[in-house]
Design a protein around this ligand. Structure first.
Ligand SMILES: Cc1ncc(COP(=O)(O)O)c(C=O)c1O
Length: 492
């Protein structure tokens, strides 16, 4: 028995924690799992192949009364848990948008766990608060956006939460005192409306549901042929709503929509919002980071005129789940929406510092800034831009392949690293092509070598290949294409 195995085999002492040196052995075992994804010869299936309930069936129904050794538990992680993992960090993960990781981020996450800081008040970890402020200034500036000092940044767990905070701020900015008086039973309150498109992420409707605005008041504005918000339709919808006595409070425009990565015309939306005095929230959860590459900065044109902006380092900036960056020009409004300070949380520093608990739903907050700081330092903005740019180039190459094959068709423009495409041989009806694409997708994913997803565009079933993992190379994208070719004859 090796000494590593021996320390892992020891049971917990009668009181207190395990010996800290156990970590050396444990971390080695944990890293072995990550290492497989860096080893072409040892890649696991990207999509977990287990049927529903298979994991539960292997888990004890109750917690053990007597402690078990970490060796036993880690063995069960490998035996029971890992087969039920879909590997988001796998180089052939092309489904959804990536939740990519990287070695610097993994180290940062380990440190976050080891330090176990709670970034709720400045005083409960000054470094956590000050690093969060500074790294969000870095990211804002790195994305080519001006005047970082005028923007207040906060890290949340997800874009869904960031957007919830942004729409809460928009509601607060109405001056209707909803925070204090609520919305129910108020004769003085008009119906409040939020505008987006059918391609806007569902997190916007969820935020409106959560905030009591109601999903009926999420107005879906028509899109153009490239799935971008139509300004004439936005203006018309707002005018009709005002005429009906309703009050527009926010527009959510997207840079990189979920289905197709389309880019709403932010400068024009910003003009409308300025004229109508409504809050503009920009959802750049996926594609905002592309601004780090100077030749892509145009995609963020007008974003500096927004009231709030979200982008997710945990999607396409090689930062482990979870890490979403929210910025607003109206720090005071966000604070007014959420600040509620119980006596036990009052500190002598309150007038001098940011206490992040004042700007959101949570009191306790993870120290997420650390991993983002480590990623930005370790790769540098040039290194990040090079990787993002390469992903976009790979997507364009894949799109060219699709276009050159008469049996396949490109379903949307490819501004970033997402390709929407469809198997549609001449003479095949839309309905038959829909069925063929659905079975193609399940056949490819079941094989486990690559993982793709789908969406519907203009009613048609469309495949999505999204590149965003730091380990992805052209060979992996080639594999996706050959996997599709392999299953076409059998399924179509
Ligand atoms: C454009 C866009 N916004 C928001 C989200 C939600 O992100 P999160 O999972 O961080 O809440 C997504 C998820 O894919 C997205 O594509």
């Amino acid at each position: 028995m090796t000494s590593t195995q021996r320390v892992l085999d020891e049971l917990a002492p009668p009181s207190g924690d395990f010996d800290i040196d156990v970590l050396d052995a444990g971390v080695d075992r944990v890293l072995a799992l990550f290492r497989r994804l860096h080893d072409e010869g040892a890649l696991p299936p990207v999509l977990s192949q287990v049927p529903p309930g298979a994991i539960t069936a292997q888990l004890a129904a109750t917690a053990p009364a007597a402690g078990e050794s970490l060796a036993t538990i880690l063995a069960d992680v490998e035996r029971i848990i890992v087969p039920g993992i879909t590997h988001w960090h796998h180089p052939s993960f092309f489904a959804y948008f990536a939740n990519s990781s990287s070695v610097p981020s993994l180290l940062g996450e380990l440190l976050t766990s080891g330090l176990n800081a709670n970034a709720m008040l400045w005083v409960t970890s000054p470094a956590a608060t000050e690093l969060e402020q500074r790294v969000l200034e870095w990211l804002w500036t790195a994305m080519g956006l001006p005047d970082a000092a005028s923007w207040f940044g906060i890290i949340t767990d997800t874009a869904s939460m960031s957007t919830l905070l942004a729409i809460a701020a928009a509601r607060e900015a109405t001056g209707l005192d909803i925070r204090q008086r609520g919305m129910a039973g108020r004769q003085d309150l008009p119906v409040l409306r939020v505008y987006c498109t059918e391609h806007t992420h569902s997190s916007v409707a969820k935020a409106c549901i959560t905030l009591g605005l109601g999903s009926d008041n999420v107005v879906r504005i028509a899109v153009d042929e490239a799935y971008r918000m139509r300004i004439d339709a936005l203006e018309a919808a707002m005018a009709a709503d005002r005429a009906a006595g309703m009050r527009p409070i926010a527009v959510v425009a997207t840079v990189g929509t979920t289905s197709t990565s389309s880019i709403d015309p932010i400068p024009l939306v910003a003009d409308v919002c300025a004229r109508e005095q409504v809050w503009l929230h920009v959802d750049a959860a996926y594609a905002g980071v592309m601004g780090i590459a100077p030749e892509y900065r145009w995609v963020l044109d007008g974003v500096d005129r927004a009231d709030s902006v979200v982008t997710n380092p945990h999607k396409w900036l090689f930062t482990t789940m979870d890490c979403s960056a929210l910025w607003t020009r109206h720090q005071d409004v966000l604070r007014n929406a959420f600040s509620l300070v119980a006596e036990y949380l009052v500190t002598a520093r309150d007038s001098q510092v940011v206490n992040y608990m004042d700007y959101g739903v949570q009191l306790g907050r993870r120290f997420r800034a650390l991993k983002l700081w480590m990623v930005m330092r370790a790769f540098g903005t040039d290194g990040l831009a090079a990787r993002l740019r390469d992903h976009c180039a790979m997507a364009r190459e894949f799109a060219a392949r699709v276009e050159s094959d008469p049996s396949w068709t490109l379903s949307a423009p490819v501004p970033f690293s997402l390709v929407c495409f469809r198997y549609a041989p001449p003479g095949v009806s839309d309905a038959d092509a829909d069925a063929a694409n659905a079975s193609l997708l399940s056949a490819v994913n079941a094989a486990g070598r690559v993982y793709l997803s789908h969406t519907r565009l203009d009613g048609r079933y469309v495949l999505r290949l999204a590149i965003g993992n730091i380990l992805t190379t052209r060979a992996h994208v080639d594999l996706a294409w050959s996997e599709l070719q392999r299953v076409v004859p059998r399924t179509a």
